[in-house]
Design a protein around this ligand. Sequence first.
Ligand code: FAD
Length: 339
Amino acid sequence: MNTCAPLGRDHRKFRVESVHFGMIGQALIDSLRAFAGERWSPAYEQAWQDAYRVIARKMLTAAQEDTNPPFWHAEIVSHERRARDIAVFTCRTMQPLPYRAGQYVSIESDRQPRVWRVYSMANSPRPDNTMDFHIRAVGAGWLSGALVRRAEVGDMIRIAAPMGSMTVDPASTRDIVCVAGGTGLAPIKAIIDEIGQTNRTRWVHLFFGARDREDLYDLDDLMQLTTRYPWLTVTPVTSEDPTYPGERGNVSDCDGRLRTMERPRRVRLRIARHGPGDAAAAVRDPGPINPYQVRRLRRPVIKPLTKPVTEPMTIAMTEPLTEPCSHPVTSESGERCDR
Ligand SMILES: Cc1cc2nc3c(=O)[nH]c(=O)nc-3n(C[C@H](O)[C@H](O)[C@H](O)COP(=O)(O)OP(=O)(O)OC[C@H]3O[C@@H](n4cnc5c(N)ncnc54)[C@H](O)[C@@H]3O)c2cc1C
């Protein structure tokens, strides 16, 4: 039910009106009845109608109460091909678009009208209303290919309201381990950008994975960030580049790497698996980092976990898949978000 309100607000970009809800509801229930055949009953009919009515009312109310525009107009102000199938572009919205680092928006372009797809902002909000996006073109995909190969400086795009809850609590003192695969880096970079405005004490480590060295499309920028922020370290990892001189393997296998990394002596990390596959490692520390110790210390001091971690803090973002429900994401609150 918590997703109904954002969904209703978001549907305004399709110019959905109250009359459409009735038609869609009717079509949905007709289809269910047709496919259920003899198993359908008046009780089912009533239950579906009731449930749909509640959902539609929530969506409509949220849409009607929202004072924001259904979408924002933005102009692409820079566009750079960074790899075979990856582009990074910056656009400027005509009006301020409030959002939190780690969130995503849906985008429509005149290069592929009426096709909306979601992409994560790669920066925290800026006073000049510019936003960065990292796009990978997928196979016969409709919009990503157009944004990577055909979009140009001067193009106008439309951006719908931000969504997503993978944001960081600025009041927390816990360290952060981020795991990003491919353009899954975008929201992680936004979060690092946001933390960078205030952080002096939280140690942040980013594992950035790609198939090969060319796909490490943002490494130069990330390395510049590590020189600006003493609390940030970045480990690039490739999975299909046998001659790559750095880390090789699956980026999500990061707890083994954490054990061998150079880190400040005062930091005691507890490491635990929390979640299947790519869900990666959860870490927490008992105290703040002294950033001035980072460069002097050589040996890692990491205590293996002896009891379960109750409040994991991991941000894991793998390459966005082409279908919904792909990312293992755990937010600061521990909430798991399967998009
Ligand atoms: C929360 C979230 C955040 C995201 N953030 C990013 C991001 O920051 N950067 C990014 O690059 N992506 C991101 N994505 C993924 C993005 O939303 C799109 O899914 C992706 O760009 C593909 O969109 P598309 O229109 O190009 O492909 P679609 O048209 O949606 O196609 C999807 C797949 O279906 C196949 N296909 C399409 N049409 C046909 C057909 N006729 N026959 C056979 N196969 C077909 C395509 O080859 C493709 O593999 C995110 C996704 C989510 C859910």
